[in-house]
Write a new protein. Structure first.
Length: 130
């Protein structure tokens, strides 16, 4: 399985790309809550809970994209997504495909993975590790 051995060498870069792309998607969720950008067909009022979620998603997404404080930020955001799922999605329906919670679950487990795996390549967390 020489091919798979070669692929395994790219693990830090693949992890870094996963972190960056997930963070960029997450930033969109925060910017939509805070600034209604991208424009939402159903904008939400900025209550205390929505404001907190928007700040966590926007600021946390930026920190993750840069790979700065990756583990603590990822842990915090995984918790936010778990809470969001059980507060906003689970009461609607048991099945994530029906309750709109697929992305919350995916974000939660990707962030949990980043907490355990670290930032991967292309991260400011790696500045002192050269």
């Amino acid at each position: 399985m020489k091919l798979l051995e070669g692929v395994a060498r790219c693990q830090p870069q693949a992890l870094g790309v996963l972190r960056i792309m997930t963070a960029l998607q997450f930033i969109e969720h925060g910017s939509q809550k805070l600034f209604n950008f991208p424009v939402s067909a159903d904008p939400h009022a900025l209550s205390g809970l929505t404001l907190t979620a928007g700040i966590l998603e926007f600021a946390g997404g930026i920190l993750l994209a840069m790979g700065l404080f990756t583990r603590p930020v990822a842990f915090l955001l995984a918790g936010e997504m778990a809470i969001a799922y059980f507060m906003a999605h689970m009461p609607r329906d048991f099945f994530p495909v029906n309750n709109g919670g697929d992305s919350a679950i995916s974000f939660c487990f990707i962030f949990l993975y980043l907490f355990f795996a670290g930032a991967g390549a292309f991260a400011l967390d790696n500045r002192g590790n050269r």
